[in-house]
Structures are given as C-alpha cells and as structure tokens.
Design a protein around this ligand. Structure first.
Ligand code: FRU
Length: 325
C-alpha cells in the first residue's frame, strides 16, 4: 500500500544554519514525489564526535541509504567508510571525505569557486592592493579548496598581497572576532575575502565598529536568498559580490532514489556557481521570490492530496464497517 515504507534514508548534517535548512527543505520536498520514502535528518553544530555518533546511529538503525555532509574531513572519514563497508550506499554532499569509499558525491567545485573569486578580486583591484581572508573551518574541504583556488590567481598578481588568513570556522561571531584583530594589525585593507556570507557579515560588523567599512570592499560566498542573507547583503551594498554555492538538495534526493532503485547514476555531480553582484542581484531576488512562491504551492498541493487520501482511506474503513452491521 502507499503507506508502506520501502526506503529509509538517514541524513547527517554537520551544521545548523540557513544554507543547511534550505538544502534540507529541498531534500524533503523532493522526497514527497516518491512513495514509501522516509527521511530522517540529524543535525549537529559543527561537532565531529557528535556527527560520528549520528552516522553510527543510522548504521545501527539499518537505514537503506546515508547522506552525509561531513564537518571536517579527517575525523568523519572512518565512520563513513564503516557505513560503506557494511554495504550502505553513501552520498557525500558539499564537503568531501579523505577516502574513495562513498557511492556518490554531489556538490560544487570549491577550487573553481576560489579561482572565480580570485579573478573577481584581481579585477576589482586592477591588479594592485591588499586582501585579508576569513576562511572556513580549517579541516573542512571547502575551506582548503576555496583558499587554494583563490591563491592560484592571487599569487600570479605581483602587486596584490594577502596580508593574512584567519580561521572563521564558517561562523559569523568567530569571523567578527578575527576581523577585529586584523583591523588592529593592519591599518590598510582593501578587500575582505570571506569564504561565506555569514562570516562576511561578521567581518563587516567588526569594520563598522571601527568605522572602517567604507574604506574596504567585501566579497563572500553562498548567495542564498531571503531577508538578511547573501543576495540582500549585495543589494544593501554591504557585499560587493558573492558567489552562488548551490544547496542542490533536490538533486541529492533524485540520485538517492536512482541508487535505491538500482538505476544508473553519476558518481560525481558537480553543481555550478555564478557571481552575484550589484548588476544581477535585483533579478536574482525577483526570481528566487518567485521560486519560493512556487515551492509553497507545491507544499500546499501536497497537503491537500494527503488530506484527500486520508479521508478516502477512512471512508473505506467506514464503508467496510457499515457493511459488517
Ligand atoms: C553552511 C556552510 C556554508 C558554506 C558551506 C561550506 O553550513 O557553512 O556557509 O558555504 O557550509 O561547506
């Protein structure tokens, strides 16, 4: 029957923030299109040990498939390998592990994102100036790749200097602290390259407190829509630019269903990026607002269908009951 659970999927998220919520919503909404799929999402707050526990919980519960966004690569690798060795298909998303023992990967190419930002910054500076970088959590692969991609461009510019790189752990408050010490150390900073928009907001707040925000320009990553997030940070002028880091939750769920149904699937799915700046941010805002209204309609429709089917099911029971009398 349609209520029978055919597949149980466990999702282990490393962090709890708007980018993750968006990805989770996409996965859950996509799962509505398949019958008999049960999705359980477990979330930690940037904690390797807790995330390993969540993954172990899913292994012991015997899920049919695991989706993992690993916090830091090294500590999460062994438990993902354990799941894989036990025959559970694993889709690694967004951040990578240090092993080939996974079934599929879905995410953007963070080295390419770093390069695109490097090119943007070198154009913005006309090849001359100073930069500070607020990087993501040191042991997470996007932090490493975004830095290396960035440096591949910047180190070829003799007159652009990276003054310092600080670990902002992907968090706004940490970035704000780190930026404050950078401001104290360096009287002149032209560009702040924050590896995500949240850290850019923290860095901007620190600069504002010292009344130095007008003298520098800020570049971020993620570009998620909605009140206070990346696209609006560009619209308000706080960010010069940000780069889309696609959440791709729907794509992840489609690949999960292909794996579970023994259909062909790509082992590596690389989602694309694009710059969001003053020129295209208004369009981006319009389009994402439209998409989110369509998403709401899908959910409303789904709720109506479920209620209809539930009523239909009880009517059958009532009918059956009355036949008995
Ligand atoms: C969300 C996030 C994003 C960042 C990504 C890197 O949890 O911190 O802001 O782009 O993770 O994996």
């Amino acid at each position: 029957s349609r209520h029978e659970v055919r597949f149980r999927i466990g999702v282990s998220q490393c962090s709890d923030d708007e980018w993750r919520h968006q990805m989770n919503n996409e996965m859950l909404r996509e799962a509505l299109f398949y019958d008999g799929v049960e999705v359980e999402i477990r979330t930690v707050k940037d904690d390797n040990a807790r995330q390993a526990e969540d993954i172990r919980h899913f292994i012991e519960a015997g899920v049919d498939l695991l989706i993992v966004a690993p916090n830091e690569a090294e500590p999460i690798t062994p438990v993902v390998e354990e799941a894989y060795d036990r025959g559970i298909p694993v889709i690694v998303v967004d951040r990578r592990i240090l092993s080939e023992k996974y079934t599929a990967y879905v995410g953007a190419d963070n080295y390419e994102i770093g390069k695109a930002i490097g090119r943007y910054v070198s154009n913005m500076l006309h090849g001359k100036g100073t930069v500070v970088e607020i990087a993501g959590l040191a042991g997470s692969t996007p932090a490493i790749d975004r830095h290396e991609g960035f440096m591949s461009v910047i180190s070829a510019c003799p007159d652009i200097r990276l003054l310092a790189k600080e670990d902002g752990a992907w968090l706004r408050s940490r970035a704000e602290e780190r930026m404050d010490t950078l401001l104290a150390r360096f009287p002149e900073i032209d560009v702040v390259y924050a590896q995500n928009d949240r850290m850019a907001a923290g860095a901007y707040a620190a600069a504002m407190r010292r009344k130095r925000e007008k003298g520098m320009r800020f570049v971020g990553t993620d570009a998620i829509p909605g009140e206070g997030y990346g696209v609006e940070q560009v619209l308000s002028g706080e960010l010069d630019a940000t780069f889309i880091y696609p959440t791709g939750g729907d794509r992840v769920m489609q690949i999960a269903m292909d794996i579970l149904n023994k259909r062909d699937f790509p082992r590596e799915t690389i989602l694309s990026t694009s710059v969001v700046d003053r020129d295209n941010a208004p369009i981006m805002k319009m389009q994402t607002a439209h998409i989110s209204s369509l998403d709401e309609k899908i959910e409303t429709l789904n709720g109506k269908i479920s209620r209809y089917l539930a009523r239909y099911a009880t009517q059958q029971v009532v009918l059956y009951g009355s036949l008995l009398v």
